[in-house]
Ligand binder design. Structure first.
Ligand code: PAF
Length: 292
């Protein structure tokens, strides 16, 4: 297995221009490193649909707020390169901060609707940082299929909208959330949790599973569903939000709803802030395996 690593915009561009000239289809998985099975599922999907599989690794400072985990975010390029390569990556683009934010830079990208509510409210400025860095990646890495995890549902929708609004020559593909055995959505931040809190974290997918069960039993009041989640989490977690929205129009939903309905949650344990979501529709799948 061989995988090339490039650290500059010029190197990434000239290599990928060459590959495209040879007819290669390019698939891209943008990440901040600390790769886990969720990322690797994206890399494998990219591999299935492309010839050149680019994994970008960049801990993007502009999407972290003051007091968040930018400094302590795990960074291990050698381990990430090995994992990405074993899943099929053929190019790692791992730029420095100065390469992505040249001295004197002063440009930001704002996506209005999808940055409202949920993580947009609890992490002010976060989605400006995400939209800005992803715009740069689109321009540097160029045309192709870009893969994002649906664990970050709001991020995926926002990027999809931005790509359409700004006519980027890219296809944005959302992939299903990959979960641990107990249902916890995989996240690089799970590693911050002490063993006790790691066990408690599984209450999030269990709460979502009870929402799915209630929905299947005919519950169509979104207030009831949100309350179910709040009741489960309020003991051990500090809840940032439990919100229900229409997954495509992004309108807030309260009271009785017609599917599809997005229910998103963000809640904190001592070591980490965790997010998860479920979209309720006729083909919703379970998030926790039986028995529960
Ligand atoms: O989801 C992430 O890892 C990041 O938000 C992304 C999309 C790589 C932008 O920095």
């Amino acid at each position: 297995l061989s995988c090339r690593t490039v650290r500059t915009v010029d190197e990434a561009r000239s290599f990928l221009e060459g590959r495209r000239a040879d007819g290669a289809r390019v698939g891209v998985v943008p990440t901040m490193g600390a790769l886990h099975e969720g990322h690797l599922a994206l890399v494998r999907e990219a591999k299935r649909l492309s010839d050149e599989v680019v994994v970008t690794i960049f801990v993007n400072p502009t999407q972290f707020g003051p007091g968040e985990d930018y400094e302590r975010y795990p960074r291990d390029l050698a381990a990430d390169t090995q994992l990405a390569t074993s899943a099929g990556a053929t190019l790692i683009f791992a730029p420095t901060v100065a390469e992505m934010y040249p001295p004197g830079e002063q440009t930001r990208v704002v996506v209005e609707g999808f940055s409202q509510g949920m993580c947009g409210s609890s992490r002010p400025g976060h989605f400006v940082g995400v939209a800005t860095v992803v715009t740069k990646l689109f321009h540097i890495v160029g045309p192709g299929k870009y893969f994002f995890g649906q664990k970050d549902y709001q991020q995926w929708r926002l990027i999809e909208r931005m790509a359409r609004d700004l006519a980027f020559p890219v296809q944005v593909i959302g992939c299903a959330t990959v979960r641990e055995e107990d249902g916890l959505a995989m996240s690089s931040r799970n590693a911050y949790l002490e063993p006790n809190d790691r066990a408690r974290a599984a209450q999030i997918p269990r709460a979502l599973q009870s929402v799915i069960d209630a929905f299947r039993d005919g519950e169509r009041d979104s207030d009831v569903l949100r309350t179910m989640v709040e009741e489960v989490l309020k003991g051990d977690f500090s809840i940032d939000y439990v919100e229900t929205r229409h997954p495509e129009t992004w309108e807030v939903v309260s009271g009785v709803f017609e599917p599809p309905l997005l229910l998103g949650v963000a809640a904190r344990l001592p070591g980490a802030r965790l997010i998860d979501n479920v979209v309720l529709s006729s083909n919703t799948s379970d998030v926790v395996e039986e028995p529960r």
